[in-house]
Design a protein around this ligand. Structure first.
Ligand SMILES: [Zn+2]
Length: 329
């Protein structure tokens, strides 16, 4: 019997700001003199009842106000990496939202340095990583472009760009010029699409933005020709089961379309999105769907294998991880 919790895996859809556990939130709030609208960590957890994506984002952006100094971003990332290592993560591609922090006067350099220091330490212990900078799609395009211009100075630390935040009403095509410029500058591209938004947004992410991987993408199943395209081109989908239930994208884990996506031959992977808010890290997500969807050992190994295939690792590193996985299974 395979233990999904510790099975070797890559995590490809993880917002570092979404790993802020209430205890660390209070520690940083005290240290930085930030007032939180909650009396204690338990009250924060009670506030984590969401009706949709926006209701989550409101709580999430407020919590980010405690992140100010390089050391805060370092501690946040180090805490996540320790948990991820315990859950079998060998490689992680981490999202961060610089615009959220710039709005509070926190420089891109502060964020990148703090996160980067923790990633360097983890690399020394054998965990590899890439950093992906996300644009907030519900902010003006000019703001995203200005953020990209700043990121050019950190080209060595930032591997790729993504698109996140409130989806409906903010189609990917709005960001065509930003992604063109980013790809020309050598960044790899991914985008959130088809979580709350329609399949059309997934088409746009692929054909207008040039995204190589789709984050979420669960609504692809509504469009047969899209499913065909995703399957034929082996375009990975970073699925986040606990997130989908918490944000009411699906009714329950038992109703989650992950198994259907695998049946269609899609390169679906399991990820945690914002684990501090959604009830578990990547291994917990995998264990959750394994039980709810009655996935057998071969399906679990298949999902873990997909996670390495879907990563931006080079062929040699991928092959090494898949060999370890084969030995485990
Ligand atoms: Zn996400």
């Amino acid at each position: 019997m395979i233990d999904p919790l510790t099975l070797p895996k890559a995590e490809l859809h993880l917002h570092i700001e979404g790993t802020l556990e209430p205890e660390l939130m209070f520690k940083l709030a005290r240290r930085n003199g930030v007032r939180l609208p909650y009396p204690d960590a338990e009250a924060v957890r009670r506030a984590y009842r969401f009706s949709n994506l926006q209701s989550f984002l409101d709580v999430y952006y407020r919590a980010c106000s405690v992140l100010i100094h390089e050391r805060d971003f370092y501690e946040l990332t180090a805490a996540y990496l320790a948990r991820a290592r315990d859950q079998g993560v060998r490689h992680v591609e981490i999202f961060f939202d610089p615009q959220t922090h710039a709005a509070r006067g926190v420089q891109l350099e502060t964020v990148v340095r703090g996160i980067g220091r923790a990633l360097t330490e983890a690399r020394q212990r054998g965990m590899t990583s890439y950093l992906i900078m996300c644009f907030l799609r519900d902010r003006p395009v000019d703001d995203a472009m200005a953020t990209l211009e700043q990121a050019l100075a950190h080209r060595d630390a930032i591997f790729g760009v993504g698109l996140d935040s409130a989806e409906v009403g903010h189609p990917p095509e709005k960001f065509r010029d930003v992604f063109d410029r980013a790809i020309n500058a050598g960044f790899r591209a991914v985008a959130h699409a088809g979580e709350e938004g329609p399949p059309e947004y997934i088409w746009q992410a692929l054909d207008v933005l040039g995204a190589e991987r789709i984050d979420h993408g669960v609504r692809c199943l509504e469009d047969r020709s899209l499913v065909q395209r995703l399957g034929t081109d082996r375009i990975p989908l970073t699925v986040c089961p606990f997130s989908n239930v918490k944000l009411r994208v699906v009714g329950s884990l038992e109703e989650h379309p992950l198994a259907k996506m695998l049946d269609h031959g899609l390169c679906a992977t399991v990820n945690s999105d914002d684990p501090a808010y959604f009830g578990g890290y990547v291994g917990d997500n995998l264990a959750g769907v394994a039980e709810a969807l009655r996935l057998d050992d071969s399906a679990l190994v298949h999902l873990a294998r997909n996670s390495f295939e879907a990563s931006f690792l080079d062929d040699a590193a991928r092959a090494r991880h898949i060999a370890e996985l084969t030995a485990a299974g």
